[in-house]
Design a protein around this ligand. Structure first.
Ligand SMILES: [Zn+2]
Length: 348
């Protein structure tokens, strides 16, 4: 294992490109939100019921227990417990501000975060007011911690293309008001929403000047990645795990230098990758792919950005020079203006 200090990793300037805001809510914050919102949520959809215990606030210990789930259903319950308690602009402001505070402590200088607009719509909430809270948190956090943040509006693929189109329309609308809305993404269950279903939505997003991210090849085979590239013209791929099973596809990802948003700890927690030794980080990197390291849902997976770099060093033998290359990749693959990218790259 290369001799790399924790200080080196923490101080290495880097960007986080695959991160879900809702998955960054720590137990303390969830407990605080729970004090505020412990009455059942007035759901617009009866498909989505509040938790059993939502008649009273959750303690910090209960929130920690929620995050110590044993299976994917447990993870979904934790995610639901958070989204049920995100109800007003101040909630979104708080979690955005705290996210930037935590990222600063990891040596992160810039982040591009998914916000699950698809879930907000599904709950029947008005998004515009919530977005004002998100923006207040972003601006205050950038000022206080020096971490810039751009938004990627995330749709839930298993809700179908019509719901996805609503998220896109909102992204276009908000982008006219602020350049902090930079792109769109689709997450959710890949097996229930192949990329080809979203071709029109993605084409319209590109036309509106939005950047395109797609979760692909996390729980499905290489065809999901090929579909994201060919049908959706994806500019960045989330996870891209199954490219390891298709040498021609991996060669294409290298040739086209498609940025890959790898999330090692997340893949282990969800079981998408059975064990560390099976993770393709080293293979992709050595093949010349544009690899980045990310946390996905840091609080729910107990991961940190610096921790992902530590794993690359300890388990995949990344040297200081190679970790610096990963950090440089994270700035190159970001959707910042070229001038700002250069400034950040110069820090390395
Ligand atoms: Zn994700």
């Amino acid at each position: 294992m290369p001799d790399v200090s924790n200080d080196f990793i923490r101080n290495l300037p880097k960007a986080e490109l695959h991160l879900h805001l809702e998955g960054s809510v720590d137990p303390r914050t969830l407990s605080e939100l729970s004090e505020k919102h412990h009455t059942p949520f007035p759901w617009a959809s009866n498909r989505y019921k509040p938790l059993e215990n939502s008649h009273r606030p959750l303690t910090v210990a209960e929130c920690e227990a929620l995050y110590n789930y044993q299976d994917f259903t447990g993870f979904l319950m934790a995610f639901k417990a958070v989204t049920e308690r995100l109800r007003d602009p101040e909630d979104y402001e708080l979690i955005t501000y705290r996210l930037l505070e935590k990222l600063a402590a990891e040596g992160c200088r810039h982040a591009e975060s998914f916000v699950s607009v698809g879930i907000v719509f599904w709950r029947g909430q008005e998004f515009d007011a919530l977005f004002e809270g998100l923006e207040r948190g972003r601006i205050r956090g950038e000022r206080d911690f020096g971490v810039s943040l751009l938004w990627i509006f995330d749709a839930v693929r298993n809700f179908g293309p019509a719901e996805c189109a609503k998220v896109l329309a909102k992204a276009v609308h908000m982008r006219e008001r602020t350049p902090s809305v930079v792109g769109i993404g689709i997450g959710g269950d890949e097996r229930m929403g192949p990329p080809e279903n979203f071709t029109d939505v993605y084409a319209q997003a590109a036309k509106a000047g939005l950047r395109l991210s797609v979760h692909a090849g996390e729980t499905t085979g290489p065809s999901s990645i090929t579909g994201a590239l060919d049908s959706l013209r994806a500019e960045r791929l989330g996870h891209a795990l199954s490219a390891k099973d298709d040498p021609a596809l991996l060669a294409r990802l290298v040739r086209q230098q498609v940025p890959l948003e790898l999330c090692i700890t997340s893949n282990l927690c969800t079981g998408s990758c059975p064990e560390l030794a099976a993770h393709p980080l080293r293979r992709y990197f050595d093949a010349g792919a544009l690899v980045t390291l990310n946390t996905d849902d840091p609080e729910m997976f107990h991961s940190t950005l610096a921790g992902e770099y530590r794993i690359a060093c300890e388990h995949f033998g990344f040297t200081e020079a190679e970790l610096t290359q990963l950090a440089a990749n994270s700035f190159r693959a970001s959707w910042l203006p070229e001038e700002r990218k250069r400034e950040l790259l110069n820090l390395l």
